[in-house]
Design a protein around this ligand. Structure first.
Ligand code: FES
Ligand SMILES: [Fe+2]
Length: 407
């Protein structure tokens, strides 16, 4: 984000705080409860969102050197991502071409992959290298010369995979076609050189979208987080901008008002806000001043009311001292306390409430434009009616005078 855009954004936030307003959608919007409760809907989401759409797999620095690999089964099929000797990052289905066992386990650094079952071996580019007792497989090698490749894009310091092999065998794609113009802004952070610090895998008993929704509005901060985030963040105040199916929500920290006494040249966006990038369909990149939280959310167990969050903390550079480690540990604990101690218990109760039959629709208010945009984007992608009515953002951020947003 260029300097002028940062200053403009901070000015908008100061205006919201001063006037007790926030970014607003044109009107409240009703969503079908069934999108959170219907198993058939969940099946359709799995087929479309988690098979045909690019999914963010991590920071490019997770695969820093040749041989660095990670396996990832969250999308409901086994994926292997590995950086080759040529420096190129590749994705494969982690499925042995003999009888289907996983050829790589967990994550780490490899020179080759050896299937644990009968020891077929694969190089870092996925090519079959060795078949024990190959005389018993006459003519097989040309037909099964490599692992099945998936399309992968490494760009803006991040890595995406489309979890379905391309019909024409293509292994590359350009994520910019999916980012709606957000690419340069993501690139600005230089995530490719950031360092992974810690992660937690959090299974939950609610629909996966409720975990995502947690990060799509600040309306609840003053209430659900009255003993935690309310001290730090303004509640019910946020700037909202959408980029195609994706969006950015920016919440002002309480210390933002201090900027008024400082020259604009010294204003710092990251230190005075929490920036939440929602990368469609299931990823949140949360910029928290000096670090970033990456939350990837998936449906799990084939159930509409089961989900898992893969939550990672990234820092600008690997910690060199105990003091730095203590600082990052505290930040990890803070996000876990808030998310698992406050947001997710509320989410579980929402799942129970939505399943109860109390109502056929739920409502997102005008002060929840990111919720509306996200769920309209989901419906559009899934081909559901009613047709999407776009949320106006830039032009309608602020309520007309005399109509406070009702903080
Ligand atoms: S399943 Fe991999 S070598 Fe047999
Ligand atoms: Fe929350």
């Amino acid at each position: 984000m260029n300097r002028q855009d940062q200053i403009s954004l901070l000015k908008r936030l100061l205006h919201y705080v001063d006037t007790q307003t926030t970014a607003l959608a044109d009107a409240p919007w009703r969503n079908d409860v069934s999108v959170y409760t219907d198993p058939q809907h969940a099946t359709r989401e799995q087929q479309v969102l988690f098979r045909r759409h690019p999914l963010l797999m991590g920071f490019a620095s997770d695969w820093a050197a040749p041989g660095a690999y990670r396996t990832d089964d969250y999308a409901g099929l086994p994926i292997l991502i590995v950086r080759g000797r040529d420096g190129k990052l590749r994705a494969f289905l982690n499925v042995c071409r003999h009888r289907g066992a996983k050829v790589a386990q967990g994550c780490g650094k490899a020179r080759v992959f050896v299937c644990p079952y009968h020891a077929w071996t694969y190089d870092l580019a996925g090519q079959v290298m060795g078949i024990p007792d190959e005389r018993c497989f006459p003519g097989v090698r040309p037909e099964r010369s490599s692992l099945t490749a998936l399309p992968l894009c490494e760009k803006h310091g991040l890595v995406w995979v489309i979890p379905t092999p391309a019909e024409d065998g293509t292994t590359d794609f350009d994520i910019d076609a999916w980012l709606g113009g957000l690419g340069p802004e993501l690139a600005w952070f230089g995530f490719g050189s950031w360092s992974f610090y810690d992660k937690r895998v959090i299974p939950e008993t609610m629909n996966w979208k409720i975990l995502v929704d947690t990060f799509h509005e600040g309306y609840h901060i003053g209430f659900l987080h009255r003993d935690s985030l309310k001290e730090v963040l303004h509640g019910n105040v946020a700037d909202f901008e959408h980029f195609g199916l994706n969006h950015r929500l920016v919440m002002p920290r309480k210390k933002l008002e201090r900027l008024k006494a400082e020259p604009e040249e010294s204003w710092d966006l990251m230190w005075n806000t929490t920036l939440i990038y929602s990368l469609f369909p299931n990823t949140l990149l949360i910029v928290q001043g000096d670090h970033v939280e990456l939350a990837r959310v998936f449906p799990s167990e084939g159930r509409v009311d089961r989900a898992v969050m893969d939550l990672s903390l990234y820092v600008p550079k690997a910690p060199a001292t105990e003091e730095e480690r203590v600082h990052w540990d505290k930040n990890m604990q803070l996000v876990l306390d808030v998310v698992t101690g406050e947001d997710f218990p509320a989410g579980r109760s929402i799942q129970i409430g939505l399943t109860s039959g109390a109502q056929t629709h739920l409502i997102y208010g005008r002060n929840e434009p990111a919720m509306i945009h996200y769920h309209q984007s989901l419906r559009a992608t899934l081909g559901l009616e009613p047709p999407v009515k776009p949320v106006r953002s830039q032009a309608s951020r602020v309520e007309p005078e005399g109509q406070p947003a009702g903080l």
